[in-house]
Design a binder for this molecule. Structure first.
Ligand code: SF4
Length: 352
């Protein structure tokens, strides 16, 4: 493809090879990037980026305008900072954020007066050339709305949604049909997985030492955010589906694979330690410690992928949405149920 993205385009997709080259041509080393007053400014932008990643409100730098080259540098430094802290949940938050950010800019790229990309051009495949450029670099071979079966299977592996299962797909001559909206979602997922694979990076200890005061600041913000979002675990705020799974364990029933997966990922996402999750499974009469620790470890990121709890739609498909209550009508994710219910119980002075 005879096309090289502009610096502005690169600034929204700073993980691209051209973005990295752009930074390398300007800064000979990491130390040079961090040097002097300008280095301080770049670190500030990087911290802002990480705070955005931690925030519940999705922001993509609108409240922190910076030049395209600073945006690219802030991405690089955010990865350095996160690698120095080396916390799995933080890495997960940042990579999700970066993938969502790229998705946001791709979806708002061109076509109306709110679009940001003056270079926008549509290709014969019906996507923008920037979208095709990204897909090609990230190893997705799109032909119109079709993907090779092998690529498709690899792309959807981390996604636990029924609509992506092969059984629900049109497959012809080794190609799987994927509509345009889904193609964007798959690209987002590919970005997340690739960025996650490359973190943490090896950062020279001297650099982490130099950044230490900023890291401490960030960790404080992160802890406060976690406390705000989930705080201490309140079993009474669990949604009916999760309570039903716990009741099933306690009464000696063995859970289906989706049941175990949903319960473990939910508990992990609300901040429960692996050992606490295993303790919960230990309520089952046929508790097998070794097997449980292996499964819990795998779902909570031991295999390199940290899973998110399934949304209500997926829970319904696997038959795990049971006895939904009034609050269920207003949410679409068990985690949202938990947050809302917990907030309510705090608002009532802890009365449940
Ligand atoms: S609606 Fe959602 S939160 Fe409520 S029981 Fe069903 S899956 Fe759980």
């Amino acid at each position: 493809m005879e096309y090289t993205p502009s610096v502005k385009e690169l600034s929204h997709f700073p993980f691209l090879k051209n973005s990295k080259d752009y930074i390398r041509t300007r800064y000979s080393s990491l130390a040079a990037l961090l040097d002097g007053e300008y280095g301080e400014i770049l670190v500030r932008h990087a911290l802002h980026r990480i705070r955005d990643a931690l925030s519940v409100k999705r922001r993509y730098g609108e409240d922190n305008p910076c030049k395209p080259e600073e945006a690219i540098a802030s991405y690089a430094l955010a990865r350095v900072i996160i690698s120095c802290i080396n916390d799995r949940q933080l890495i997960d938050r940042l990579t999700r954020y970066e993938a969502e950010r790229a998705y946001y800019f791709l979806r708002n790229e061109g076509g109306d007066e709110n679009s940001w990309n003056t270079n926008f051009q549509r290709t014969d495949d019906g996507y923008s050339r920037l979208f095709m450029y990204l897909s090609e670099e990230l190893g997705i071979s799109i032909t119109q709305d079709w993907l090779p079966l092998v690529d498709y299977v690899e792309l959807v592996a981390p996604i636990h949604e029924d609509r992506f299962r092969l059984i629900n797909r049109v497959i012809t001559k080794g190609q799987v049909h994927v509509n345009k909206d889904e193609m964007y979602e798959l690209l987002r997922e590919r970005i997340r997985v690739l960025l996650h694979q490359n973190l943490p990076m090896k950062v020279p200890p001297a650099v982490c030492k130099q950044l230490a005061p900023r890291l401490a600041e960030l960790q404080k913000v992160y802890q406060e955010q976690m406390l705000q979002q989930f705080g201490t675990i309140e079993e009474t705020a669990f949604p009916p589906c999760i309570r039903a799974l716990i009741t099933a364990i306690t009464s000696g029933a063995s859970l289906t694979h989706p049941g175990r997966f949903s319960l473990t990922s939910f508990l992990h996402n609300i901040g429960m330690e692996k050992s606490q999750i295993a303790e919960l499974f230990a309520r089952a009469p046929d508790f097998d410690a070794e097997k449980t620790m292996y499964q819990v470890g795998h779902i909570t990121g031991g295999g390199g992928t940290e899973y998110s709890a399934p949304a209500c739609a997926a829970m319904r498909t696997t038959g795990l949405c049971v006895r939904p209550d009034v609050l269920c009508e207003r949410i679409n994710h068990p985690l949202s149920y938990y947050k809302v219910k917990k907030k309510k119980s705090v608002g009532l002075g802890g009365k449940k």
